[in-house]
Design a protein around this ligand. Structure first.
Ligand code: PLP
Length: 491
């Protein structure tokens, strides 16, 4: 019996028969999450409280949860918020809804949602998830099977199973240089650093560049972990104003004049989350400012290859100041966690030290797999397949969303939608969640107050099944067509 109820029963000094007690428990057992001391969006606070209460045994498998409207009433929140919380909890496999019966806490493994059997868990049932920016699943599995067999036969796995003490293996560095070149970045062996994916690369770049108290600039809407990393490292972060071409050079210049800026973090091609690509002249203007002020740039190009006509990276215009971040996650297989970074010679040692400090070395085995793929053409094939699939899904999206779709950046794995007047991102997300479609509200990416408050990001590649994507997009279209002032939500 949940501890809180036990206490309640003792307080009431109930001594009657077991059945009566059970009935009373059923009546009293209305779960109420404890949101005190929790931070972040309310719906996520509810999901976290739910997860904590399950972990603590306060809720167990089969326990019934209050209807979302009842919960909203108890917590003095809008039903949209509790409905979104329940949708997210369903998505995280914490609870399940049974038509006509209610919402119940899920059991462990046996009730796990069906998987597509691919490299990542992508449920084929439950809410349609357009909130996660992952590459399309399943393309790398067969290649991985083949390479593992080849590796097993190669007979020289010992080095890959050992600590590396000096530089990375030469063939891994050679592969890294090729991958960087593909992104327009020329790197020597000394300048090349292997990381466990781009996110790790960014962290190591920040560790190498910044001391606590230093100022980092980023776009007002940016890749979420950067904000958290800056906070963890004690860096201050300030937002650069942006326009339709990307971050405004005048604002960067102003900030560099007014404050001691240590570095900028930018994603010039297919930016997360806006999907925007900076034109050449904007890159040149920014490079000129960096060079004039001696300010460093962390240039994240994880999506660059999805845009074959992209301009040259800013790194080519300010090579002595730029740390270039690339990774193989979005094209080959995110689970392999391989990223390739180029840092100017004076900074490469510090980036390498940050790798040593955070994980000693990146796993040689997965780097070996990627290096083989880069050398034997498998990587080319996987990139081509991802690009083809992404462009098919972009075309499908534009067909379904019609006039609601943005006119630019028809490339990559996600799109950014500025909502029509009257919508807030929160309301839209809640309405979509109530129809079992998950998208991300723009504020999740904001480092400036109210940025993104009326925009959403729609990810096109987390769902393995194109039919589910189509259904999700059709729901989004219907919601947009109906407009914000429709009847209230019903879960
Ligand atoms: C802009 C950006 N940078 C970095 C990453 C992380 O890439 P990786 O999986 O290689 O760490 C992502 C992932 O979504 C991203 O959107």
């Amino acid at each position: 019996m949940p501890p809180r109820l036990q206490i309640a029963l003792i307080d009431l000094k109930i001594t009657s028969e077991i059945d009566t007690i059970k009935e009373i428990i059923a009546l009293m057992a209305i779960w109420k999450p404890d949101l005190a001391n929790r931070r972040g969006p309310k719906y996520l606070q509810i999901v976290e409280a739910l997860s904590d209460d399950i972990a603590a045994g306060i809720l167990s498998c089969g326990d019934r949860l209050p209807p979302h409207r009842e919960l909203a009433y108890q917590l003095q929140l809008s039903p949209n918020t509790t409905s979104r919380a329940y949708a997210e909890a369903v998505n995280r496999a914490l609870i399940r809804g049974e038509v006509g019966r209610g919402t119940f806490v899920r059991g462990p493994a046996t009730e796990a949602p069906a998987s597509d059997g691919g490299t990542l868990r992508r449920p084929a049932t439950g809410p349609i998830d357009l909130s996660r920016n992952l590459p399309l699943p399943g393309l790398a599995g067969e290649m991985l099977a083949r390479t593992c067999i080849e590796l097993g036969r190669s007979g020289n796995l010992a080095a890959l199973a050992d600590y590396q003490t000096g530089a990375d293996l030469d063939r891994h560095t050679a592969a890294a240089k090729l991958w960087l070149k593909r992104h327009g970045v020329i790197s020597t062996a000394e300048e090349t650093v292997i990381t466990a994916g781009a996110q790790h690369g960014i962290l190591c770049a920040l560790m190498a560049l910044g001391q606590p108290g230093d100022l980092l600039l980023a776009e007002q809407l940016t890749y979420q972990p950067v904000k958290a990393m800056a906070a963890r490292l004690g860096l201050k972060i300030a937002a650069i104003a942006s326009d339709s071409e990307g971050p405004c050079p005048e604002d960067i210049d102003r900030l560099c004049r007014q404050r001691r800026v240590r570095a900028l973090y930018l994603t010039p091609t297919l930016q997360t989350p806006t999907g925007r690509t900076m034109p050449q002249h904007r890159r040149e203007a920014i490079a000129a400012i960096l060079n004039a002020h001696g300010v460093h740039l962390i240039e994240d190009d994880v999506f660059g290859l999805f845009h074959p006509e992209r301009p040259q990276p800013i790194a080519s215009l300010a090579p002595d100041l730029t740390i270039s971040i690339t990774s193989t996650s979005k094209y080959l297989a995110p689970g392999l966690r391989v990223g390739f970074v180029r840092a100017p010679a004076g900074l490469a040692g510090a980036v390498r030290s940050a790798v040593n400090l955070s994980c000693w070395m990146t796993p040689p085995l997965t780097t070996e797999i990627v290096a083989r793929w880069i050398a034997d053409g498998t990587a080319d094939e996987l990139v081509a397949r991802q690009l083809a699939a992404a462009s098919t899904r972009q075309a499908l999206t534009r067909r379904i969303l019609g006039e609601h779709a943005p006119s630019d950046h028809a490339a990559g794995l996600h799109l950014w939608l500025d909502l029509p007047d009257g919508w807030s991102a929160d309301l839209f997300c809640a309405r979509a969640a109530s129809r079992n479609v998950l998208v991300t509200g723009g504020e999740a990416f904001a480092i400036a107050r109210s940025a993104g408050a009326s925009s959403i990001r729609i990810c096109l590649s987390h769902e393995a099944d194109a039919a589910r994507l189509e259904t999700g997009l059709s729901v989004i279209r219907e919601i947009l067509d109906a407009g914000p002032r429709q009847a209230p939500l019903v879960l």
